[in-house]
Design a protein around this ligand. Structure first.
Ligand SMILES: Cc1ncc(COP(=O)(O)O)c(C=O)c1O
Length: 347
């Protein structure tokens, strides 16, 4: 037996990390502080209820998020990470054979999700000469009626911001049948506010957010979409039944309440990215996220050399940036060591 023809879908192979000590594991934009302590406590307390399906914790997290973003609970689409929300959107919005439009360079799962749902991907350029800031005209120049247009701010892997004005121009320049999806996985680290209010203002924008980065819950797998009223009810038809684990819901709910952790997490990212930007003796781009893009020459070779020196970073060749690596902000000590190793290897 064979799976269907999957050749056009690039495989995703998770890295296992350098070693169990995680000393300088700075390749996946994980939070260096560990999980929110309130989330740990809540998961411990709920562990004895793992035999129960997650209907109630799911509803409680929906309600808390709806309250926070001033939308109806139906407009919150929970998923096992932001990637799962992307899949749910694909199932809800895209017919087989249709394309989605995503940034290049950019987070590849926007396209991979559609490829695995019998669709295709098209891209719009994020140009180095504009420091990777969003150019609405570059999107509208290639737009051909795609049902989903993805924007990511702060942008992975560059840390650049999209302006609210640029997003609005994209909404206004595309068909009423197109949903503009703004992925804000890294937004809390940035100095700009969320664009979530556009969801109800326009009925054409969806927002994607995650607990993986700012709340340190990447391993719990919990993210969500804030979805316009007109399509919100599709979730009940296309989502996986009980697709978000009970412990993930419980962790997310507790983390939302952990203001102290959130503040620390944001401060560490902001301080650290400034440090890396200043200390690394190579071209870097100003970042509004918890990572910094660094121009190193031959990214694949440098990534390997850094690995031999105990430092794990992201080789951006797969993003189409074969001269760049992306380094996640760590603790002060990790940042100091990482900058030292990068400077040695690059020189
Ligand atoms: C832009 C962007 N969106 C979504 C995700 C996935 O987040 P999650 O861990 O919630 O699936 C990532 C993860 O790196 C990302 O960079």
């Amino acid at each position: 037996m064979q799976p269907r023809e999957l050749g056009s879908i690039p495989p995703y192979r998770p890295r296992l990390g350098l070693d169990v000590s995680d000393r300088l594991r700075l390749g996946s934009n994980e939070n260096p502080l560990g999980p929110s302590p309130k989330a740990i406590e809540a998961v411990r307390a709920d562990a004895t209820r793992m035999h129960r399906y997650p209907a109630r914790p799911h509803a409680e997290l929906d309600a808390a998020l709806a309250d926070r973003w001033e939308v109806e609970t139906e407009q919150i689409w929970l998923g096992a990470g932001a990637v799962s929300v992307i899949d749910t959107l694909t199932r809800a919005m895209v017919d087989p054979g249709e394309a989605i439009l995503r940034p290049d360079p950019g987070f590849s799962y926007f396209g991979r999700s559609n490829l695995s749902h019998y669709g295709v991907e098209r891209t719009y350029p994020m140009s180095k000469s504009r420091s990777f800031t969003l150019d609405s005209q570059a999107i509208l120049d290639v737009y051909a009626g795609e049902p989903l247009v993805y924007i990511n701010t702060p942008h992975n892997p560059t840390g650049a911001l999209a302006s609210r004005a640029a997003v609005t121009e994209v909404v206004e320049g595309t068909d009423p049948s197109t949903l503009v999806v703004v992925d804000e996985a890294y937004e809390p680290f940035s100095t700009e506010p969320s664009m979530a209010s556009l969801v109800n203002e326009t009925d054409r924008v969806a927002i994607i957010r995650t607990f993986s980065k700012t709340y340190g819950l990447a391993g719990a797998r919990i993210g969500y979409g804030i979805i316009p009223p007109s399509i919100a009810s599709a979730y009940e038809r296309v989502s996986t039944p009980f697709g978000v684990s009970r412990l993930a819901c419980v962790a997310g709910l507790a983390a939302l309440d952990d203001e102290a952790y959130l503040e620390r997490s944001i401060a560490v990212a902001r301080r650290g990215r400034t440090y890396l930007d200043t200390e690394i003796k190579a071209t870097t781009w100003p970042s509004e996220a918890n990572f910094v893009l660094v121009e190193v020459g031959d990214a694949a070779t440098v990534t390997e050399l850094l690995k031999q020196n105990g430092l794990e970073v992201k080789d951006c060749t797969n993003f189409g940036l074969d001269s760049c690596i992306r380094i996640t902000v760590g603790t002060s000590e990790q940042n100091r060591l990482a900058a030292e190793i990068i400077n040695q290897v690059v020189s």
